[in-house]
Every structure is written in structure tokens, then in C-alpha cells.
Design a protein around this ligand. Structure first.
Ligand SMILES: [Zn+2]
Length: 120
């Protein structure tokens, strides 16, 4: 991996701007910060809105797993001692545990598409 001339950090080749002179071996971030991007040139850096949208997307994708995990922890800690509610809770947990991997697998294509739309 080449070293950026300005910040002396290692990055993969895709993170470098191409060119000679002042743009030679300069990473995208330094090029943006030093106003070296050419007119209309796209960067591969994430903007603030993009970062927010991406983390919201990941949070939405993995939220059901967190709920299932929290549900089982609740059930095994003190949820199994309550007569009727424990059975209802266990039923809901079982349905959720069975449905979550299926839904996770079924929505993976949609997730990849949304992620690609949010990648510069
Ligand atoms: Zn740099």
C-alpha cells in the first residue's frame, strides 16, 4: 500500500487521486482538504448524511437480533416464573427466533441494494 505524501498514512490504491505534480501520491482526503480536486471530480469519502444513513440502515438490519437476544436473556433471568405470561412470552420468543433468520436472509438482497445506493 502506498504512502500519502502529505499525511504519511498508508491507504489502498483506490484511495489516491491520480495525477502528477502536486497531486502525485496524495490521498483523497488530503486532496479534498487542500482543494486539489478537479472540477466535478467525485470523491469516495462519506459525507455526514451518508454516514448517518448507513448507520441507520445497519441498525435497522440488526435490530431484530438484538431484540431476540434481549428477550431470551429476560426469559432466562426472571421471565419463566410467571404462570400464563411466561408461556405467551416463550411463544412470542420462539416465533421471533424462527422468523428472524428467515427475514434476515430474505431481505439481504434489498439490504445490499440499499447499501450500494449509499456507497459513493
Ligand atoms: Zn493524505
Amino acid at each position: 500500500m502506498p504512502v500519502c505524501r502529505m499525511c504519511t498514512q498508508n491507504y489502498p490504491n483506490s484511495q489516491f487521486v491520480s495525477g502528477n505534480g502536486p497531486r502525485y501520491q496524495v490521498c483523497v482526503r488530503c486532496a479534498v482538504e487542500n482543494d486539489m480536486m478537479a472540477e466535478g471530480e467525485e470523491t469516495s469519502l462519506y459525507s455526514d448524511e451518508l454516514v448517518k444513513a448507513r448507520s441507520a440502515l445497519f441498525a435497522r438490519r440488526y435490530r431484530p437480533w438484538a431484540f431476540i437476544l434481549a428477550g431470551w436473556i429476560l426469559f432466562f433471568s426472571f421471565g419463566s416464573g410467571i404462570e400464563l405470561w411466561s408461556n405467551l412470552f416463550l411463544g412470542a420468543l420462539l416465533i421471533g427466533t424462527l422468523a428472524t433468520p428467515v427475514l434476515h436472509f430474505m431481505t439481504s438482497t434489498k439490504f445490499q441494494a440499499e447499501l450500494a445506493a449509499l456507497s459513493p
